[in-house]
Design a protein around this ligand. Structure first.
Ligand SMILES: Cc1cc2nc3c(=O)[nH]c(=O)nc-3n(C[C@H](O)[C@H](O)[C@H](O)COP(=O)(O)O)c2cc1C
Length: 184
């Protein structure tokens, strides 16, 4: 079974990256085939809100902007579960994740109940800075996205410098658990 891990920070040795490493260990302990993708290494631009607000995303469920979105959309469609990890920027997910989520949501939510993400489990991780401000708002953005694509909320994790040690363990355990749940 395939689990996609998405991370979206420019820092290669920061908190997001540490969570990504733990998620990979955990998912592999649960016997998943892991596909790990750093969104900051891809070229995915923002939605153009074509036409009067909807473009071909509504009718043929693809995006007309040709960039790295298409191949990642395909990877997401074929996966069985998702672990998405972001630094908190402006009380929300980072921009590299936000632009991807915006376009993915349009293409999938417009398919309705039987879209390619529906019924699949998500773990969402928000990594704010020292203030911790916006961690919950960021997780609320994730929740809206999962609601729109009718995914399954497996876990929402808030990790900061203060709780880093035990929350890294939580990321690993949640990732192992989601993988094991998909074996059943
Ligand atoms: C543009 C920008 C906006 C940020 N906004 C917030 C914020 O709203 N709340 C917060 O707690 N930290 C904020 N931070 C700090 C990052 O969330 C924090 O440093 C995070 O741990 C970075 O993760 P990383 O080490 O994986 O890059 C912001 C950082 C940047 C660069």
């Amino acid at each position: 079974m395939k689990i996609v891990i998405l991370t979206s920070s420019p820092n290669k040795d920061g908190l997001t990256s540490a969570c990504g490493a733990e998620a990979k260990i955990g998912a592999e302990l649960g016997s998943a085939d892991v596909i790990q993708i750093d969104l900051n290494e891809l070229n995915i631009s923002s939605c153009h809100s074509c036409g009067n607000g909807w473009g071909q995303c509504r009718d043929i469920h693809t995006c007309c902007i040709e960039d790295d979105f298409q191949k990642l959309h395909e990877v997401m469609r074929e996966a069985d579960g998702y672990i998405i990890i972001t630094p908190v920027y402006w009380h929300d997910m980072s921009e590299s994740l936000k632009v991807f989520i915006d376009r993915l949501r349009r293409c999938e939510a417009s398919k309705g109940d039987m879209n390619d993400l529906s019924g699949k489990p998500f773990i969402c991780v928000a990594a704010p800075g020292g203030s911790g401000n916006g961690g919950i708002s960021c997780l609320a953005s994730f929740e809206r996205f999962i609601d729109h694509v009718k995914g399954v909320k497996y876990d929402f994790i808030y990790i900061s410098r203060r709780n880093r040690d035990y929350k890294l363990s939580a990321v690993r355990e949640a990732s192992r658990s989601i993988a094991e749940s998909l074996k059943l």
